[in-house]
Design a binder for this molecule. Sequence first.
Ligand code: ASP
Length: 419
Amino acid sequence: MQHNTLPDRLWLKILVGMILGVVCALMIEIKDPWREWIIFPGDLFIYLLRMVIVPLVLSSVILGVANAGSLDHLKRMGVRLFPYFVGTTIISIMIGIFLTSLFQPGITVDASTVEREFLTNNRDVFDNLTIPDRILSTIPVNQAQALLDKDMLQLVVLGIVTGIAFLTIKSKAVKTCRDICEFVQDMSMMIVNWAMMFVPLAVFSLMIKAISTMGMSGVLGIAYYALSVVCGLLCLLCLYLIIVTFVAKRDPLQFLKDIRSAQIVAFSSSSSSTTMPVSMNVAENKLKIDKKISSFSIPVGATVNMDGTALYQATAAIFLCQIFKIDLSVWETVLLIFTTVVASIGTPALPGAGLIVLTSILTSIGIPTGGIALILGVDRLLDMCRTTINVTGDLTAAAVMQQWMGKKKPKYERKSKDN
Ligand code: ASP
């Protein structure tokens, strides 16, 4: 089934909703019971998207693998996609480390404040999994638990294994199971299309909610650090556009234009998994990516490919090193890169998850995790930005795969003004 296209000029309506949301949040102090009603459409939108995440991820990954047609084709896709994901993640981390070392945002922070914050806010969110433990934790030993916990990494593994079974086992039942998966995928996309109808209103209320939660004063406090992260994310965006131009062989401006609805939803929801259904819609209807490729690369990318998060985690780690006056040796820097690659792959695609997983990176290279208290204030804002980049990275990867797999993209409707 070709999933419905998005309504006309949706991106503009979303943008207006976003700007109005920011203006209202800054100008009016909205109190209960009105606040509850104003944030209701945003929550409803998020709940609808969350409702379809598990069935959509599972059915899409299964079909994405099964639609490869043969194990050979699947291998061809896998050996391109995974090195691409890891390669772009390593580059993102290096950009983060380079810019933080250049800007030195940690030097501007008052050390006495740090000590106080450190003593009073030493949050106990340590996650001391070793790397073998981490790998083992991706195996869905208890599938019901994986569904219940919405553990995306385990669901992706389950989907890949099931898809491989579809390709390998010769039985009549495979056709029936495949039809069921197709039905589940179509049904999920139908719900996404309903949710997309009121996305401008939802973005308006999500912006009000975000700003009233984080507070503007929190944002200004460590603006320099935040600026370093944002600069890094912008560099990453430029890198994607270069990849889109030279590797995916597409017009970068048209690409940006096509993906903006997904970017705005990512920005306002701070969750790549929540945005994933919208990314699928954009990939198929706007970027005209072959369904065989988008159903595999988008859900897998949303789960494991988080370049924005990796850049942010590396920047935060170096920033805290600067505050605590820790000089990392070359070996420790390599360890930081390696741990961040693994950590960003394991970061759930949910709001604030990157910050929680950051603690395990800090622990592994001996940086006091209490410093996290300092960056909590700006985390929501940075989460919005890094999620936008994560989603852009997934769509870039899908466009690259389209090119690498030798699938001709259907002619672009360059004049289209809708989104
Ligand atoms: N919110 C991000 C995402 O969903 C993950 C993170 O916290 O970095 O992509």
